[in-house]
Design a protein around this ligand. Structure first.
Ligand code: HEM
Ligand code: HEM
Length: 198
């Protein structure tokens, strides 16, 4: 049982900052950029790109605050899964945001390899971040002997919703086409977009 009230409140702030960034904003930012792939209009695509960039940059700021707080006040022992995975994520999230900011323009040959790297690292960081919120909640339970059940239920419900939307985006066009018989598809005129800009 933890009796140090200052440490307890630092742990709560650390947990909140890292849930808000890695457990919420990063996955939501990924949903936003994936939504832009379904959008045909340049303006809407730009808005979705803007949401992705802003949510991810804000996330990195929140992760930085949570990291500084934990490194200044916690043990720095890095001797359990939460601590080790956590410190690796502090580094990877920076690398990911940097890669987003240094993206080559659409049409540039290096864009293909950039997209692959940004997609794979981004998805990995997001998945590991989601997992580390769970291990963080367990570390909190171990240290404070307090129940984490309501938080685990709330967080799992949030992740299930995000996971559902992620899968739904994948299938959206396919679902949409179910009412159309092959060969009877309406002619689509190719509209110029300002896709190139992001
Ligand atoms: C992806 C999100 C998270 C990351 C990257 C992360 C990262 C870290 C790191 C690196 C440490 C070790 C700090 C040090 O010793 O210097 C730590 C400690 C700790 N974190 Fe987190 N954390 C996250 C989420 C959470 C959450 C949601 C909670 C819940 C309250 C939490 C609770 C704790 C506790 C209690 C400790 C100290 C005890 C221990 O390390 O076993 N963390 N965290
Ligand atoms: C921690 C931060 C970030 C994470 C976790 C992240 C994650 C991702 C992921 C997973 C994708 C692929 C989505 C898909 O189609 O399945 C993506 C796409 C993209 N990201 Fe990020 N991202 C981050 C930061 C940034 C930043 C800061 C920018 C730019 C300012 C950026 C620009 C882009 C662009 C332009 C795409 C779309 C690429 C394309 O479709 O050609 N990202 N991001």
């Amino acid at each position: 049982m933890l009796h140090d009230h200052q440490l307890l409140s630092q742990i709560v702030v650390h947990g909140f900052l890292l849930w808000a960034s890695m457990g919420f904003l990063i996955p939501v930012g990924i949903l936003a950029i994936r939504l832009s792939n379904l959008e045909e209009h340049g303006r809407k695509r730009k808005i979705m790109f803007f949401i992705h960039a802003v949510t991810q940059v804000v996330s990195v700021i929140l992760v930085t605050a949570g990291a500084v707080l934990s490194i200044k006040n916690f043990s720095n022992a890095f001797d359990n899964t939460h601590r080790r995975l956590g410190v690796a994520l502090y580094g990877l999230v920076f690398l990911q945001a940097l890669s987003g900011l240094l993206r080559p323009k659409r049409g540039d040959k290096r864009r293909t390899i950039w997209f692959f790297a940004h997609w794979i690292l981004g998805s990995t960081v997001s998945l590991l971040g989601i997992i580390n919120v769970y291990t963080g909640l367990h570390a909190y339970k171990k240290i404070t002997s307090r129940s984490i059940t309501p938080w685990v239920i709330f967080y799992t419900a949030e992740i299930v919703c995000i996971g559902f939307l992620y899968l739904f985006q994948e299938k959206w066009e396919y679902i949409h086409k179910q009412g159309v018989i092959r060969g009877n598809e309406p002619m689509t005129t190719i509209q110029p977009t300002d896709k190139e800009s992001c």
